[in-house]
Design a protein. Structure first.
Length: 307
């Protein structure tokens, strides 16, 4: 939490952020976001925040729209207000949450960009030779093979990985832990990297950068772009694209949305449902495998028939 910004924040904001820090154990990044949104509202409202009424929130939304903010940014601001007022309602300082029924402009939901299976396969065409290449291969396997987020991978320690059982313990958003399976390619890549990287103490970071320190998110992003440039002739690859690709390809193969929700660490299945999009190429394959008029002979259709 940024104490410099808190110098001008109301006591209600300070107390709320302290609650998020101590009780909810939110990350510094999340706390900074809440602090920023609440501070903006305080500057706009210019009164005791516990005097806020529903129409004040409505006027504030209009103010943000006039400033040209995108629907996603407005929704983030209103979400921070809802959480803030919910806290003080539970403390008995408010009868109602003035942001509870606030209507925010709807954003067009963008489908995540994903690699197709051929592109994903080509990322792994080059056999790693140097220690850095072995490290990068292990990171690729965790992103695409297990669907990890960038910070989840960055924060991994050796003690989080069980090479025997084939699982990695991941600390996700909101400090929620989950166990994620590791495929045999990923296990091989991790073993190859750990054999190169020196003493394997339980509290040592899995992935090391310069000076044998924990690798930075920026370095990981840079390495992925380098690999994609070499293997795909495209430098637009980023960690979340690999996570999206993992989820999409898993869903296309299994159709098990609940399982993918668990693997990704989504608290709400509505977040996972974005991966239910299918491209036309995949739909054509499903049609060819399942429809009696597809032109395939009966036994081939039977073999490929979806459950």
């Amino acid at each position: 939490m940024n104490t410099d910004s808190n110098a001008t924040a109301s006591q209600e904001i300070v107390d709320f952020l302290q609650y998020l820090t101590v009780e909810k154990r939110y990350s510094k990044h999340t706390l900074s976001g809440y602090q920023h949104e609440l501070h903006k509202f305080q500057q706009y409202f210019k009164r005791n925040l516990l005097e806020t009424r529903s129409h004040d929130v409505t006027l504030y939304i209009g103010h943000l729209r006039q400033k040209g903010l995108q629907p996603k940014s407005i929704a983030r601001a209103v979400s921070a207000l809802r959480s803030f007022f919910t806290y003080w309602q539970r403390q008995g300082k408010l009868k109602n949450n003035p942001a509870a029924i606030a209507r925010v402009p709807k954003a067009k939901r963008k489908l995540p960009k994903v690699l197709d299976t051929d592109q994903a396969s080509r990322l792994f065409d080059k056999e790693p030779g140097s220690a850095i290449e072995k490290r990068d291969r292990a990171m690729l396997e965790l992103f695409y093979g297990s669907g990890l987020r960038l910070m989840e991978l960055t924060n991994l320690n050796i003690g989080d990985i069980d090479l025997q059982s084939g699982f990695v313990r991941v600390m996700g958003k909101g400090n929620k832990a989950r166990n994620v399976p590791l495929g045999h390619h990923c296990l091989d890549a991790l073993r190859a990297w750990l054999d190169e990287s020196g003493e394997c103490l339980a509290d040592r970071p899995v992935f090391l950068g310069r000076g044998n320190q924990r690798i930075s998110p920026r370095t990981i992003q840079s390495r992925l772009k380098k690999i994609a440039t070499e293997q795909l002739a495209d430098n637009s690859l980023h960690p979340h694209m690999l996570r999206h690709s993992f989820a999409t390809h898993m869903l296309e193969s299994s159709g098990d949305l609940r399982a993918i929700q668990e693997l990704l660490g989504h608290s709400d299945i509505a977040t996972t449902q974005v991966y239910t999009h299918l491209d036309f190429q995949h739909l054509a394959k499903v049609y060819d495998a399942a429809h009696p008029r597809s032109g395939l002979i009966a036994d081939e259709a039977e073999k490929k028939k979806l459950p």
